[in-house]
Design a protein around this ligand. Structure first.
Ligand code: MN
Length: 228
């Protein structure tokens, strides 16, 4: 196929120990998936089925990058998250089969324009302007399952300028990785290259220009970004 102009470069993230990159197809994100975070956002974690929102694939940013403070917001937030990388297509996936669709795991930050997100939420409007903007999905290299195993527990944490802001255990996810994959695949076919940001624990907060963010999940590469 010829195009009227050169298509955009395929978005990608690195794969730990490999020269080849992981081509990112879509980014799904789970909302309010740790009880203490749901409570800090003013919601009841007990009675809600999981829900999803998305970011464009080209919102990914390589680990170590400088991210410019985004437009329109005065309340720019970090959210540390375990990221699941999907390695093959599947729809209507059963929970018992779900881990077979995982290529690997990474650490991401669901960067959020909180003022825009909450304004949209309270007006019943889409979250896109709060969540799905340029450079809103920094992500580390993916560790393949053969390297890190399946991650269902372990410390998840984030620090701003050396001060710990978020600290929890992946075992505290309300909806587990197999449940998330199964539920998401019943809404549309999951595809190789999809990333799923699985939700953030409590302790979200604002960042400003000059801040350095470090974060991690036990067994995975730490994420390191600076706000320009
Ligand atoms: Mn999030």
């Amino acid at each position: 196929m010829e195009y009227v102009f050169t298509p955009a470069v395929q978005p990608w993230v690195a794969v730990h120990g490999e020269k080849a990159g992981f081509p990112v197809r879509r980014i799904f994100c789970v909302g309010r998936n740790y009880a203490a975070h749901a409570r800090e956002m003013g919601k009841d974690p007990e009675r809600e089925a999981p829900f999803f929102f998305t970011k464009p694939a080209d919102a990914v940013v390589q680990n170590g990058a400088m991210i410019t403070y985004p437009k329109l917001t005065e309340d720019f937030h970090y959210e540390i998250e375990l990221v699941v990388a999907i390695g093959k297509d599947g729809s209507d996936i059963e929970e018992s089969d779900a881990l077979n669709f995982v290529y690997g795991y990474a650490v991401g930050v669901d960067l959020t324009r909180r003022d825009l997100q909450l304004d949209a939420r309270d007006k019943g409007r889409p979250w896109d302007w709060g969540k799905a903007f340029d450079n809103s999905a920094p992500c580390t290299a993916i560790h393949q399952v053969g390297d890190c195993g399946h991650i269902d527990s372990g410390r998840i944490w984030l620090a701003v300028n050396g001060e710990t802001k978020q600290q929890a255990d992946v075992a505290d996810l309300i909806w587990s990785v197999p449940e998330i994959i199964s539920i998401c695949s019943k809404a549309q076919m999951l595809r190789a290259g999809d990333l799923i940001f699985t939700g953030t624990p409590a302790g979200v907060g604002p960042i400003v220009s000059g801040d350095r963010i470090l974060g991690g999940v036990d067994g995975l590469t730490e994420i390191n970004i600076q706000i320009g």
